[in-house]
Design a binder for this molecule. Structure first.
Ligand SMILES: Cc1cc2nc3c(=O)[nH]c(=O)nc-3n(C[C@H](O)[C@H](O)[C@H](O)COP(=O)(O)O)c2cc1C
Length: 351
């Protein structure tokens, strides 16, 4: 078996010692200068026996532990493949890669755990104010309110996250409008290298990084399954007949299981990365999910639906269901659609 030091290692001082982190596998391990030195001398594929007999003086368990922590990677392994892909495809810098991969598939707290943590925290750490008012010491200009004619403002004011469904299904035209509002391609522009799609939401450089998939449980006229939305053709293609519980996709939040469908936005980071090598573009991609989500939510509101957003995605599960294999494919944001019902203990489920 051939191994080499992982190419995505970072080291930091921590509580008097050194911690290593493989940010591609999210593995953190204790370390010392001796190990760093061995790793730096093992940058090429090395026979594992030679390593055990050499610097590790017969301690094969120590080498196994390094493999377990992914301080070293095994030739031909999935991690080695992922590492090669990272090296050739990731054009943003190391801190951005660290943030991106370390944020994948986080442990998602249950509502009970989240509430217990907040109750414990509030006892010794007051919450920061969640909005800022203008002080009386400054001159203030009272603004006119939207009034009845302002239908767009009224619509926006009606939008609400309701984590309960009053009806088992929604109609196809309701789903269609939500998808179109968020994702639809409404025109094209061109720059020095080609044509760029335009939609109802802004996109940095018109790079259009998002694709939308719909996990359908109960939408009139659609077989249950997973559908890809073509933003250009405004049509749906069934890419899988899988019908996972929707809560599985969002860290076990079981209110989703009664929702008729869930739209999942996945970013193809390559599209934005191709033009922008500056890692600020990573923020641009995330901002765009908010724009798309808001349009979906407003279209849902206009149809009398509630769209419940979540970013607590179970990325590995979603990737596997959508067969997203590229390292640069990132599930980012999701929203369920439903006729709003009555939440049990309203407000209790705010994450
Ligand atoms: C990025 C983002 C992530 C969210 N994630 C969750 C979530 O995981 N679970 C949930 O129940 N609500 C989630 N929400 C919904 C918020 O809890 C909700 O917007 C908030 O309580 C305010 O209610 P409103 O949407 O009716 O204004 C999320 C909202 C946003 C914008």
């Amino acid at each position: 078996m051939q191994i080499r030091a992982a190419r995505t290692l970072v080291f930091t001082q921590h509580e008097g010692g050194i911690l290593g982190c493989n940010y591609l596998s999210k593995s953190v391990f204790g370390c010392d200068t001796g190990l760093i030195s061995v790793l730096s001398e093992t940058s090429d594929w090395t026979d594992v026996e030679a390593l055990v007999e050499g610097p590790f003086q017969g301690d094969s368990e120590a080498v196994e532990a390094l493999i377990g922590y992914s301080a070293v990677v095994v030739e031909g392994s999935e991690l080695a493949r992922k590492e090669e892909e990272y090296i050739s495809e990731w054009h943003w810098n190391v801190p951005t890669g660290m943030m991106h991969f370390c944020l994948e598939d986080p442990d998602i707290m249950s509502i009970e755990e989240s509430e217990a943590a907040q109750i414990e925290r509030v006892a010794h750490e007051p919450q920061p104010p969640l909005f800022m008012r203008n002080p009386d010491s400054l001159p203030r200009v009272a603004l006119p309110s939207g009034g009845k004619a302002a239908t767009l403002l009224e619509l926006m004011a009606r939008r609400r996250t309701v984590r309960a469904a009053a009806a088992p299904s929604i109609s196809l035209s309701q789903l269609a409008d939500c998808l179109y509002a968020g994702m639809g391609i409404t025109g094209f522009t061109a720059n020095c290298v080609g044509s760029l799609p335009l939609g109802m939401t802004p996109s940095g450089g018109a790079r259009n990084p998002y694709e939308a998939y719909v996990f359908v449980r109960n939408v009139d006229g659609l077989e249950p399954g997973i559908y890809h939305y073509s933003a250009l053709d405004h049509d749906l293609a069934r890419v899988s007949d899988a019908t996972p519980r929707l809560s599985e996709l969002i860290g076990g939040q079981d209110w989703a299981d009664e929702m008729p469908c869930m739209i999942v936005l996945t970013a193809d980071l390559r599209r934005t990365m191709w033009k922008y090598r500056d890692p600020n573009a990573y923020r641009v991609v995330l901002i765009e999910a908010g724009h798309i989500g808001q349009n979906v939510m407003l279209a849902a509101t206009q149809h009398g639906l509630t769209a419940c957003p979540t970013a607590a995605l179970s990325q590995a599960r979603i990737r596997s269901l959508l067969d997203l294999k590229r390292i640069t494919d990132a599930p980012v944001y999701a929203m369920t659609l439903a006729v709003p019902g009555i939440e049990q203990g309203a407000g209790a489920s705010i994450q």
